[in-house]
Design a protein around this ligand. Structure first.
Ligand code: FBP
Length: 262
């Protein structure tokens, strides 16, 4: 396997994935705070910021818009996804193949695993197919490792998040995208559990600039290689200014105060 620093979705060994699959996962409600974000072009434009090392989208958004952005943005093909209209046990349909993502020009693939769901076994088998196909195309694999489902009481429990990070290693992901457990120490436990698999923090619903940058700083200090974020960037009135701050914390490892001054 090639060294992570040379990964097509990393910059100097760090990662900032801009996620924009919310139209499927949550529905148009996520675009309400900044109505222009309903138009995918508005978010592809945000992804041209230097801080963004890849943009994660579903197949339809890649097919329709990536050709206009392929010179400026790295594509992370989010292979599976479910709508919020689905009321069953957590599950995620595989919406495109790795071969097709590769044909469109993907630089990496992403896949959700709901560990603990009654559908975990099928999801892990689908992940196996995608992971092995990605290896054939030399595409890095990012696992959205989100324990959830009937039996799960608290998906923020540090043990659960470390388990999610470990699942990503055990199943062969290059990067595990996990929720921030709440402190640097707890995140470090997840990073340790992930071993050779790199860890990125998952964004979550929008918080204040300082609160979010503090979490990101906590993750970086814990050894995470970066962030996969959606709403905390494009639900802001000035996403480019906030990306300047994230760039400082992730790539230059500045303090939060310094990043807020950018
Ligand atoms: P956010 O930073 O907006 O949370 O986006 C990250 C992400 O994983 C998206 O890729 C996805 O659409 C969303 O979160 C799923 O959120 P959840 O399933 O936790 O509601």
């Amino acid at each position: 396997m090639r060294p992570f620093r040379e990964s097509p979705i990393a910059r100097d060994g760090k990662v900032l994935i801009l996620a924009y699959d919310h139209g499927l996962e949550h529905g148009p409600v996520d675009f309400d705070p900044v109505p222009e974000t309903m138009n995918p072009e508005a978010v592809w434009d945000i992804a041209t910021h230097d801080a963004v090392s890849a943009m994660a989208v579903q197949k339809g958004v890649a097919e329709a818009y990536y050709p206009s952005y392929e010179d400026d943005v790295n594509l992370l093909a989010k292979l599976n996804g479910t709508s919020n209209l689905w009321m069953g046990e957590p599950d995620s349909a595989v919406n495109w193949s790795v071969d097709y993502a590769n044909e469109i020009g993907a630089d990496a693939v992403g896949f959700t695993l709901y560990g603990g769901s009654n559908n975990e076994i099928e999801m892990a088998e689908e992940f196996r197919k995608a992971q092995e196909a990605a290896r054939e195309h030399d595409l890095p694999v990012v696992m959205w490792s989100y324990p959830r489902g009937q039996g799960l009481k608290n998906d923020r429990d540090p043990q659960t998040i470390a388990y999610a990070a470990r699942q990503a290693l055990e199943l062969g992901a290059d990067i595990a995208k996990v929720k921030y457990p709440g402190s640097t120490e707890q995140m470090q436990f997840a990073v340790d559990a992930a071993g050779a698999t790199r860890v990125v923090m998952s964004g979550g619903s929008k918080t204040s600039d300082r609160e979010f940058l503090t979490q990101v700083k906590g993750a970086i200090d814990a050894g995470a290689v970066g962030l996969a974020v959606g709403r905390n960037v494009w639900q802001r009135e000035n996403p480019a200014a906030f990306l300047d701050g994230l760039e400082a914390v992730i790539y230059e490892e500045t303090s939060v105060d310094e990043a807020l001054d950018r």
